[in-house]
Ligand binder design. Structure first.
Ligand SMILES: O=C(O)CCC(=O)C(=O)O
Ligand SMILES: [Fe+2]
Length: 307
């Protein structure tokens, strides 16, 4: 598979009720996730208004001066808050950190502040999108469970019961890539080559473009923005869980070469689903290809390598 397929999710979209036969959708989706590891979903059911609000309030947040944003710097204990330019290096082999800023959040009741005084709409709009992404990811888990022929359609969904409640590290992250400098540091990119850590990622991107995904021929191909769609991909934990059946594909965001694009900010919002912290991740096919590990131990081992 060399391109990223667009899949119509209408049948099981957010807001749809009732039992439907997911077999065809499931095989279409698993074929994509076993191949290139990415797909676009159209008709996913999350309203454009909710997505746009999260993008515009994020922009308001990131447009503030650094000293304002620093007040809300990421707490290592919770993976919550603002991370500044060049701090994260998603590909540790690159010489410098990524040219991006991010805001990470969960829905858990944490003793942490939002910048609500200066950007009142940021918290409610991100929380709303988190809720919608929780719903959509659970529906995608149903489809994948059917595609993997697991005993129960709700099997994977049940492994993510605590999303947004407690003891689950599922994170919504707003990313802001500022317009580029005329001369960038050697080897610096917007987002270095990496695969995601968790089970499933949903990604909303603006119209600027730049996301690239490694295809089955080891070539990076553009994941061109398609209005109205969400990009879906598999994380490393899900690859391990499925004994390498579903693929956690490497991706990156390079610096545009076109002068007009270089002078524009880029925004995206990613939802990283993780199974409940204490869940033991054992190969679903009983092959024991990888040792069992708890969801939280796996995630912590990955964070150590990034920060
Ligand atoms: O901004 C993007 O399009 C991709 C971001 C990403 O891959 C990540 O944060 O894991
Ligand atoms: Fe990623």
């Amino acid at each position: 598979m060399t391109t990223i397929p667009v899949i119509d999710f209408q049948l099981h979209a957010v807001g749809k009720e009732g039992c439907v036969d997911l077999d065809n959708l499931a095989s279409e989706m698993c074929q994509a996730l076993e191949g290139i590891g990415f797909c676009y979903l159209k008709n996913h059911g999350i309203s454009e208004e909710i997505i746009n609000e999260a993008f515009s309030s994020s922009k308001d947040f990131f447009s503030q001066p650094v000293n304002e944003k620093e007040k809300f710097a990421r707490s290592h204990n919770y993976n919550f808050g603002w991370v500044g330019l060049e701090v994260e290096k998603l590909n540790p082999e690159r010489p410098v950190g990524d040219y991006k800023e991010v805001w990470n959040m969960t829905l858990e009741d944490l003793p942490l502040e939002w910048p609500s005084e200066k950007v009142p709409n940021f918290k409610p709009s991100m929380q709303k999108l988190y809720e919608m992404c929780t719903d959509l990811s659970k529906r995608i888990f149903d489809v994948i469970s059917v595609g993997l022929k697991l005993d129960e359609q709700k099997f994977l969904q049940n492994c993510h019961k605590n999303i947004g409640i407690a003891e689950n590290k599922t994170t919504l992250r707003s990313l802001f890539y500022p317009a580029l400098q005329e001369v960038m540091k050697e080897g610096q990119v917007r987002c270095g080559e990496h695969s995601d850590y968790g089970s499933l990622t949903l990604l909303f991107q603006d119209q600027i473009g730049g996301l690239e995904v490694m295809n089955c021929d080891d070539q990076y191909v553009p994941a061109t923005p398609i209005p109205g769609t969400v990009v879906v991909n598999i994380g490393d934990l899900m690859q391990r869980w499925t004994a390498d059946k579903l693929k956690a594909t490497k991706h990156r965001v390079l610096n545009p070469s076109n002068e007009q694009q270089r002078s524009q900010n880029r925004q995206s919002i990613a939802f990283f689903a993780h199974p409940d912290d204490k869940l033991m991740i054992e190969c679903l096919d009983k092959s024991n290809k990888y040792e069992p590990i708890s969801s939280i131990d796996y995630l912590n081992s990955r964070f150590k390598a990034t920060y």
